[in-house]
Design a protein around this ligand. Structure first.
Ligand code: NAD
Ligand code: IPM
Ligand code: MN
Length: 383
């Protein structure tokens, strides 16, 4: 029997409830496919922060680096100013482990009502490869009135004078700035990953940018992509402005195979992607470092208004669990879990409120766990 040890961070809001169902389904898959998971629980999130002041410490990160995969629920809590937990826990972990690919499948499973008219599962099946360590997420920025350092004030003065030809009085004129930075190495590795993926799929790569305005940062992105494309002559590629691609996702989702995007646009377009696959409760993601510690989570947040109600949809988290088991080498278990999700959706009796049902979070987890024990997972029966 293969033994896995997997750290799990349930987090805030609905996090603990959805993670509980994800674990339940993975444990069921383990019984069937001959592996056992020892879950190592971490308390990080709002309560832990309020009680101890710890967000995500260096010691905890070092400890987590002993593992190949982390299972993550969601963080975010109304008692704490936006950004503290998000940056201090989630982004800190993504960055520490250099999880440079955020892999977000946009796939309409059979049995899920599609909000787009005349579109079905054969039309909505693509993967977003979101850069996950750079861009506007690098955290470089400051405000004149919020304890900016001398160096930051200097940056602001010079930015201001370049832009307006004026000398800024940083006491009187309030300025806030935050900049995006991308590097050659950071851009190339994620684009390489996306080309590789496209060459294993339908050989079409769509790149997202705003090179018509942010000419430095995304002009550079385009140049790198064009250069890498030379190594993949069989993959078709095109450039899309981020505003237009939101329209195409809705109008012609069948065009897309692999979509590669800088970090911030990737965040935005994948919530839209989630909606065309049936809702945020159905959209999984993986923060991948192919050579290091990766982390799997639903793409949605902590949905605080549903905390503790046993109402949230756990499917995104269960599906992220399948991605994690595939990453760990349990291909059959992963296929069986996605297949069980799909059978449950096709059956349609056990659904949470967001899908028009009245089942609880745990009802859905129980139904999928039961199906995992019996489902036909042969590749020909594929998902
Ligand atoms: P959210 O994704 O938490 O929720 C938005 C809405 O989507 C919810 O109000 C709910 O209507 C619906 N929803 C989301 N997940 C659902 C589920 N599993 N089942 C049913 N409905 C679901 O986004 P938000 O309200 O903008 O953010 C709430 C908090 O979560 C914030 O603190 C935010 O920073 C944080 N956040 C965390 C992550 C993460 O941990 N990865 C991701 C996004 C947002
Ligand atoms: C996501 C979230 C995060 C992001 C936040 C909470 C830091 O929105 O995982 O999509 O912006 O990446
Ligand atoms: Mn997001």
């Amino acid at each position: 029997m293969t033994q896995y040890r997997i750290p799990v961070i349930p987090g805030d809001g609905i996090g603990p409830e959805i993670i509980r169902e994800g674990r339940k389904v993975i444990d069921a898959a383990g019984e069937r496919f001959g592996f056992d998971v020892e879950w190592i629980e971490y308390p990080h999130g709002a309560d832990h922060y309020l009680a101890t002041g710890e967000l995500m410490s260096e010691d905890t990160l070092k400890e987590l680096s002993r593992y190949r995969a982390i299972y993550f629920g969601s963080i975010g809590d109304d008692r704490i100013r936006p950004g503290i937990l998000e940056k201090g826990i989630l982004l800190a972990t993504r960055f520490y482990f250099d999880q440079y690919v955020n892999l977000r499948p946009v796939k309409l499973l059979r049995g899920v009502p599609c909000p787009l008219k005349d579109k079905g599962p054969e039309d909505i099946d693509f993967v977003v490869v979101r850069e996950n360590t750079e861009d506007f997420y690098v955290g470089i920025g400051a405000r004149t009135t919020r304890g900016a350092t001398r160096q930051e004030l200097e940056v602001m003065r010079s930015l201001y004078s370049v832009r307006f030809g004026l000398d800024v009085d940083t006491d009187a004129d309030e300025i806030a700035y935050q900049i995006g930075v991308i590097s050659r190495q950071g851009t190339r590795r994620v684009i390489e990953y996306a080309f590789q993926l496209a060459s294993q799929r339908d050989k079409h790569l769509s790149s997202v940018d705003k090179a018509n305005v942010l000419t430095e940062i995304y002009g550079f992105w385009r140049e790198q992509l064009e250069d890498i494309a030379k190594g993949y002559p069989d993959v078709r590629y095109d450039f899309n402005f981020v505003d237009a691609i939101t329209m195409w996702f809705v109008k012609n989702p069948e065009w897309f195979d692999v979509v590669v995007t800088p970090n911030m646009f990737g965040d935005i377009i994948t919530d839209l992607g989630a909606m065309i696959q049936g809702g945020l409760g159905l959209a999984p993601g993986g923060n991948i470092n192919p050579e290091g510690t990766s982390m799997f989570e639903p793409i949605h947040g902590s949905a605080p208004k549903y905390k503790g109600m046993n109402r949230a949809n756990p499917i995104a988290t269960i599906w992220a669990g399948a991605m994690m088991m595939e990453f760990l080498g349990e291909k059959e278990a992963a296929t069986a879990i996605v297949r069980a999700i799909e059978e449950s959706l096709l059956d349609g009796r056990v659904r949470t409120f967001d899908m028009g049902g009245s089942a609880t979070t745990s009802d859905v987890g129980d139904d999928i766990a039961r199906r995992v024990r019996e489902v036909n997972y042969s590749p020909s029966n594929g998902v």
